[in-house]
Design a protein around this ligand. Structure first.
Ligand code: FAD
Ligand code: NAP
Length: 541
């Protein structure tokens, strides 16, 4: 326990903590577990009414992970890994949420979480060296450490289409889905967006709805998930040496076993190339893009992979006009590749219509539906599968102020600036899990969340043991890191389209490539920084 701790004014409602963690997704839960192991008095503040973050909020039909569950799961507890049984290769949202709740109960985390409470502001007091954290409803809490586990994809993006409030039926955002579910039976449904959330939900909504109209702005590349019950033999094989699989994955570019090949698609004989693409299409994995070493770095190589998927779409979709509308033109992978179950097939149904909003822009939402191009569409309900203000959205919603009252939003006017995606200069003892500048969304997020949590824990141990008051990133280290993140990104094709990785999905958001590409070099950099006495950070005695 820290010496400096003031336990607040009342025994029943403590307001002073060693650490406040914002968010109870996978990141916040593990952070709480680790800090409690240190004997720190830590508390999570969570806006939702239960733990799970992404898997608490995104309850739309078809929601499931697209990294295999045996890998998209915690590895910090060997017992947990052995005990838990995933029923499917890619678990559904309800199953992942059951897992989250199991973890929360197994490690007795719930008693230190305040649900239904939103953090609205966090202000660093230079005199006391404490963070003052305002919560709604509630009072002001204080803590020596403030850890933002607020999520990369937790701030839903509602497009500013004129007339949204006028629509007479219910509207749903995939990222805020009603807990009771939605019955679309017999209803005329409009859905805006064709990203991962839309691709998962469209086939299931189409099965129920009287008619489904899909409004597409950018066509999406997707690989069939080929989801299936998890094979007992495969589970047993992995569980026989789970640690070996995890160790292998830490050496992989995205922290997941995509069976990365390193040879060039361009020099591979055409028949071999086709065989490899086909094998990966049949396997059902995001590792389609790991088929060759240059698919994400060389436009000509990328075009070969893109054309393979385009031809699959042309084969699956019977109406050639609809097929061509569904065929993406951009670089494959620069927007996130998707996995689906019967997405393209769904456009063969007679109760599904595809509208290209580039040809027929959505002009306004009306009481009865919406106007796109010259057509007035009538709907009973509208689904927004329009994504998130990614990576910075949840942080921007909190009024975070560091030294001399500097607002984080002001500091980040030209785009987020962080050292390693873990800390930002001028904001002592403030950490971010999966912050901009870390592999985060370009990785299997569970392992990289754990790596962040463990790094932050070690850092706090170091600050305490060396009897420092604060640790904070140095501006020069931060600038060099931001430059490096972007330099690495620009050796790839990722910045070649208007993706949310660049902030391009949010009007007015500055364009800066946010995630760091490459798990192994990133983990090594974090290790070296700590080993060299927290190089690039200032420690205040
Ligand atoms: P989150 O799970 O987003 O949790 C953040 C929490 O913080 C939320 O509960 C939120 O309510 C809370 N919060 C935010 N701001 C405040 C505030 N001001 N006050 C109080 N509480 C606040 N990643 C993968 O690697 N593989 C996948 O297959 C995969 N599938 C995904 C599917 C969907 C539908 C989505 C949206 C994302 C997916 N992701 C996937 C990414 C996913 O977000 C991460 O894997 C992971 O769940 C993030 O955990 P987290 O704890 O960092 O954040
Ligand atoms: P997304 O990928 O950002 O997709 C949003 C969609 O809405 C895009 O098609 C976008 O078009 C469209 N859109 C946004 N505003 C629009 C407007 N004003 N008019 C018309 N169309 C508009 O969001 P998401 O599908 O929720 O996925 C976000 C991320 O979450 C994913 O990339 C992935 O990392 C994660 N996720 C994973 C899974 C999974 O399979 N495990 C499932 C869901 C989400 P543009 O492309 O033209 O911007």
């Amino acid at each position: 326990m820290l010496d400096t701790l003031d336990h607040g004014t009342s025994q029943e409602t403590p307001t002073a903590f060693d650490a406040i963690i914002v968010g109870s997704g996978f990141a916040g839960l593990y952070m709480l577990h680790k800090l409690r192991q240190l004997g720190l008095r830590a508390r999570i503040i969570e806006a939702g009414s239960g733990p799970g973050g992404t898997w608490y909020w995104n309850r739309y039909p078809g929601a499931r992970c697209d990294v295999v569950s045996m890998e998209y799961s915690y590895q910090f507890s060997a017992e947990l890994q052995q005990e838990w049984h995933w029923s499917e290769r890619y678990a559904t949202q309800p199953e992942i949420l059951r897992y989250v709740n199991h973890v929360a109960e197994r490690f007795d985390l719930l008693r230190d979480i305040t649900f239904n409470t939103r953090v609205t502001a966090a202000r660093f007091d230079e005199e006391t060296g404490r963070w003052h954290i305002n919560v709604e409803p509630g009072a002001e809490l204080t803590a020596r450490y403030c850890i933002m586990a607020t999520g990369c994809l937790s701030s839903a993006n509602m497009p500013a289409i004129p007339g949204v409030a006028r629509f007479s039926g219910p509207t749903y955002h995939t990222g805020h889905w009603p807990h009771a579910g939605v019955d679309f039976t017999g209803r005329r449904v409009g859905i805006i967006g064709t990203g991962s959330s839309a691709l998962q939900s469209i086939p299931l909504i189409a099965e129920q709805a009287a008619h489904l109209t899909v409004f597409q702005r950018t066509a999406t590349y997707s690989i069939p998930a080929r989801n299936a019950p998890l094979e007992a033999a495969q589970e047993a094989r992995i569980k026989a040496d789970y640690a070996a699989m995890r160790a292998h994955n830490w050496q992989q570019p995205f922290g997941v076993d995509f069976q990365q090949r390193t040879d060039s698609a361009l020099t591979s004989p055409a028949a071999e190339r086709e065989r490899e693409f086909e094998a990966r299409w049949q396997r059902g994995t995001l590792g389609f893009l790991a088929a060759f070493g240059d698919l994400l770095t060389d436009s000509a190589a990328n075009e070969l992979a893109a054309e393979f998927i385009r031809n699959k779409i042309r084969t699956i979709v019977k109406d050639p006009v609809v097929a061509e509308t569904l065929v993406p033109r951009q670089v494959v992978g620069c927007k996130r590749l998707c996995l689906d179950t019967n997405y393209y097939e769904t456009f063969n149904r007679t109760n599904v219509t595809l509208v290209d909003v580039n040809a027929a822009p959505i002009r306004e939402i009306t009481a009865a539906g919406l106007h796109a191009g010259d057509t007035a569409y009538q709907f009973d309900c509208l689904v927004f599968a329009t994504g998130f203000d990614a990576m910075t959205g949840a942080l921007d919603k909190i009024d975070i102020r560091g030294r001399q009252g500097l607002a984080l939003k002001e500091k980040w006017q030209a785009g987020p600036r962080m050292y390693l995606g873990l800390a930002t200069a001028g904001f002592p003892n403030l950490f971010t899990i999966s912050g901009p500048g870390s592999p985060s969304v370009l990785s299997n997020m569970l392992p990289t969340i754990e790596q962040h949590v463990e790094w932050i824990t070690d850092c706090i141990v170091h600050v305490e043991a060396s009897q420092h008051r604060f640790i904070e990133a140095l501006p020069a280290a931060e600038d060099a890191w931001v430059e490096h993140v972007n330099a690495v990104a620009h050796t790839t094709l990722y910045p070649h389209c208007n993706s949310w990785y660049l902030g391009a999905n949010i009007p007015g958001k500055p364009r800066l490539f946010m995630p760091y590409i490459g798990v192994p070099p990133y983990v090594e950099k974090c290790r070296a920084v700590a080993a060299n006495g927290y190089e690039g950070f200032a420690l205040t005695p």
